[in-house]
Design a protein around this ligand. Sequence first.
Ligand code: H79
Length: 452
Amino acid sequence: MPVKVLFRGIPAVALAVTAFAFPAFAADTNAPNQNETKEQRDARMAWWREAKFGMFIHWGVYSISAGRYGDQEIPGLSEWIMHDGKIPLAEYAEFPKRFNPTKFNAEAWVKIAKDAGQKYIVITAKHHDGFAMFQSKVSDYNICDATPFQRDPLKELAAACEKEGIKLGFYYSQAQDWGHPGGAARDGHWDPAQDGDFDAYLDKIAVPQVQELLSNYGPSVPAVLWFDTPENMTPERAAKFFPLLKTRPELIVNNRLGGGFKGDTETPEGFIPPNGFPGRDWETCMTMNHSWGYCQRDTDWKSTADLIRNLVEIASEGGNYLLNVGPTREGLMPEACVERLKQVGAWMKINGESIYGTTAGPFPNLSWGRATRKGQELFLHVQTWPSNGLLRVPLANKISAAVLLTQPDKQLEVRNEGNVTLVSLPATAPDAVGSVVRLDFEGEPIVPTTPG
Ligand code: H79
């Protein structure tokens, strides 16, 4: 095929730039969901758009080392320790023999997520180290064959999620694999045992393992496939995964497979894009401290207030929040995470309707907080309480109801003044982190360009 010949002659960087600038050129008609109508897409994305808040879990062999290699602290991300510590493959492959997370309890994890108000979980089935956290016939470098634990946590999580009505997704590092010959490594291999042919690695390990992940956990798991770091990927290499992805028409796939594949979701990592991604579904992934995998020294946890404000900010720009926890080598979620997630859950119990199923608010910016929208309802997240008791909302619509979510039976006084709606609030905020006012408005939002 002439197109393939053309691809072969173009350096990867030029190709990436070209694919970005001219998506039509790179569009592969074999890619999944190419001919989907808007209605089909809306139906496929519906649960994900409703969910808004998910739990990311990074758990693997790196949870054992927890940031330390021998008597050295290895700076950086704990899940990168093999790379950053230049640990030889044969030595790293000994670590799983010490991995026996007997305190792992899938139901307990799912309950922590559920109580936090999270509606889906995405867990590392295989991270860059190449170690599979699931039963794999393709490579015995996996948790069932290479650890004393010998259990498949993904199976147990699938059962627990099903029971609790939580969706389960799998993270799979398709390109970087430091544990199999030929797998990619950022900045190159550091151990000759990693050398080999990248295409052979894709054909023999990555593609068959993705097939296992798509086949062995029932018809609705995984609900999400989360690829990462498309080192060395090309359109042809990405296409090796397409037939598999198409066997699961309801699957949601992120945008990190590589080779120009746009996927379903944008994935800003560790930051909140100021205007979201208009026209695209998106999800900010962020960890609760700095590392993704468990890291003993990393106790710089984000506060509950920060977590709630991040969730609100993301929702107000139309995105989802995938918030990461790194469980320990014993299989426990760190107490600091559990405590914060509980507090977020308490806030969500009262204010969840201002998050779930919402879209971005209509205001370019608000001096006192953020806003989300659900049809004819606006949710005003008041983060700076007005000292004069009057909330100024740059909105000219007729308002049919206004309540605080903490006191949903008590109507607040509302009046229009020119382009602005004024809502009378009690003297003090009912919630120090974020109190929410629900406004029921008529018609399409009328937002003055210069707030009155
Ligand atoms: O899985 C999590 C991260 O491990 C992964 N994506 C999230 C979801 C990720 N892959 N790459 N990055 C994040 C970017 C960070 C790269 C770094 Fe490094 C790793 C910075 C420090 C360690 C590579 C090695 C660049 C410098 C040293």
